[in-house]
Design a protein around this ligand. Sequence first.
Ligand code: DQA
Length: 141
Amino acid sequence: MKIAIINGPNLNLVGVREPGIYGSRSLAEYLNELVAQYPHVEFSLFQSNHEGAIIDELQRIGFDFDGIVLNAGAYTHYSIAIGDCIRAITTPVVETHISDVHARESFRHVSMIKDACATVIAGFGLDSYRRAVDWLIENAK
Ligand code: DQA
């Protein structure tokens, strides 16, 4: 099984940015430990601060992989282009967030990608990524 974990803008700063919201653990370190717990899964890890680069990566893997864990960061709330891209590819995508976006500012309650995604997992801290991987293992082909 092949699963991609794609992170959008500012997620490279998790561990440093707003630790009261995102925690003080580095996301890269957490993800390296996470993937080691699934030796039977082939993972691809990608992070970019650029909308087009995220779209390029979704298109690159989106017809071949079995599942995608996507934390699009703030693009979640206004990127019609990423939403269109998720609709264009065939691999199921799990919209994933570290924080509970629905308990935060009202602009974070809007998701331009959720209708294109298979499910949404948010608010479990970094454990949201593990839950998203487990969801894909249970529900993707
Ligand atoms: C986030 C929530 C978004 O609203 C925010 O812009 C992020 C991170 C999360 O993981 O909780 O950058 O996607």
